[in-house]
Design a protein around this ligand. Structure first.
Ligand SMILES: Cc1cc2nc3c(=O)[nH]c(=O)nc-3n(C[C@H](O)[C@H](O)[C@H](O)COP(=O)(O)OP(=O)(O)OC[C@H]3O[C@@H](n4cnc5c(N)ncnc54)[C@H](O)[C@@H]3O)c2cc1C
Length: 346
């Protein structure tokens, strides 16, 4: 499906608006569908799974996919208990392109009301709910907003002076496009290591530079780049260095609706904003103390916590308990956060 026109939304007065049709938006959208909620839509800037379809061609999921669903151990990369990218693509590590197809297929199967090519620009409090303003000035009124706009399309591409001389890894279409002998990569987390692996596999020499604090003072002329680290070490790169400095967050668009303490978002036990009743967050930005829900197999366990709270306020129906039980049975429901008190590495 993936093709509802904004003019076709029969009412612009809805119970729920979900912003973003990535892993989070599609996952929670399907859960709302299963719970037989009718009055909602998913507003999507581009198309379903857009962030995944923008991954460099060679990039694959790190979390392994395996179809253990029938034994109560759903595929780690699934966003619903009964689906499995491993089953669909016969692979343990789906590429971004494959994962985008997986999301499109399941959004289609569940007939999700995705409205494509609509960018949400801002929210405004209106009575008990919110007015969601889009780029074409359409205003949609919603009792609840679920923020699922992710991070990938908000790269951290200016972390130090001179960073504009680099290429952020999210802008790379294929690592095969780089033909020189040697490359520098700044950042040694998952994106940086993936970049290094792909370049090395293609016969390139790679230097990875990483520090806990932002690097500073890259100077360059037109022929080379000098990367100076905090402790004064200098590296000369004859190719544009790659930035693998991670991502910011789409929350910047709506940060006035959330409380932050030391930069950490404050959410209730149901992942609702502590500041603005009715706005929920789903996806990798969800945090509770040391517990960070940075991967799909982690954040998918909060979809049902959010849906349960919204349905409680809208009015439960005969499907509510059945679907919640299905999610609980399949380890798609995590309320007790003591699981990750000591360490929650992401
Ligand atoms: C190198 C790398 C490897 C990774 N490997 C794994 C892995 O192995 N396993 C794992 O679980 N996770 C992995 N991740 C993380 C995973 O990709 C994210 O956690 C996941 O994409 C988050 O899903 P999301 O739906 O919240 O965000 P996204 O997938 O980014 O989806 C957000 C959607 O919102 C839309 N959108 C954005 N802004 C707006 C707006 N203003 N209005 C309307 N729509 C908007 C976007 O177009 C997009 O479709 C990896 C990430 C990277 C960078």
């Amino acid at each position: 499906m993936d093709s509802v026109d904004i003019k076709m939304i029969s009412s612009i007065n809805l119970d729920i608006v979900i912003v973003g049709a990535g892993a989070s938006g599609v996952g929670i959208g399907i859960l709302l569908r299963k719970m037989q909620l009718e009055s909602f839509c998913i507003l999507e800037k581009n198309t379903v799974g857009e962030s995944f379809s923008r991954w460099p061609l060679e990039m694959q999921m790190i979390s392994p996919s395996f179809t253990g669903n029938f034994f109560g151990m759903p595929d780690l990369n699934a966003v619903t208990p009964e689906t499995s990218p491993a089953y669909s693509f016969q692979t343990e590590h789906p590429t971004g392109k494959q994962y985008a197809i997986y999301l499109k297929d399941i959004a289609d199967y569940y007939n999700l009301p995705v409205v494509r090519n609509v960018t949400v620009e801002s929210l405004k409090k209106e009575g008990e709910g919110y007015l969601v303003k889009t780029q074409n000035d359409t205003l949609i009124k919603a009792k609840f907003v679920i923020w699922a706009a992710g991070e990938f399309q908000y790269p951290n591409d200016n972390p130090f002076s001179g960073a504009d001389n680099c290429i952020h890894n999210s802008k790379v279409k294929s690592w095969m496009d780089f033909k020189d002998e040697k490359y520098f990569i700044i950042g040694a987390y998952e994106s940086g290591i993936d970049a290094a692996y792909q370049l090395a596999k293609n016969g390139k020499k790679v230097v990875i530079i990483d520090a806990n604090d932002p690097l500073s003072n890259i100077q360059s002329d037109s022929s080379y780049y000098i990367i100076t680290t905090e402790n004064g070490e200098k590296f000369t790169s004859f190719t544009k260095p790659f930035l693998a400095t991670g991502f910011k967050t789409s929350l910047n668009i709506v940060d006035e609706f959330f409380d932050f303490e030391d930069g950490v978002i404050q959410l209730t036990d149901n992942d609702e904003s502590t500041k603005s009743k009715g706005i929920f967050l789903v996806g990798p930005q969800v945090r509770h103390g040391k517990v960070i829900f940075c991967f799909i197999y982690k954040f998918r366990q909060r979809f049902a916590v959010v849906a349960q709270e919204i349905v409680k306020r809208l009015g439960e129906n005969e499907k509510t308990k059945e679907i919640l039980d299905e999610y609980k049975l399949n380890n798609f429901y995590l309320e007790d956060l003591s699981c990750c008190e000591d360490e929650c590495t992401c």
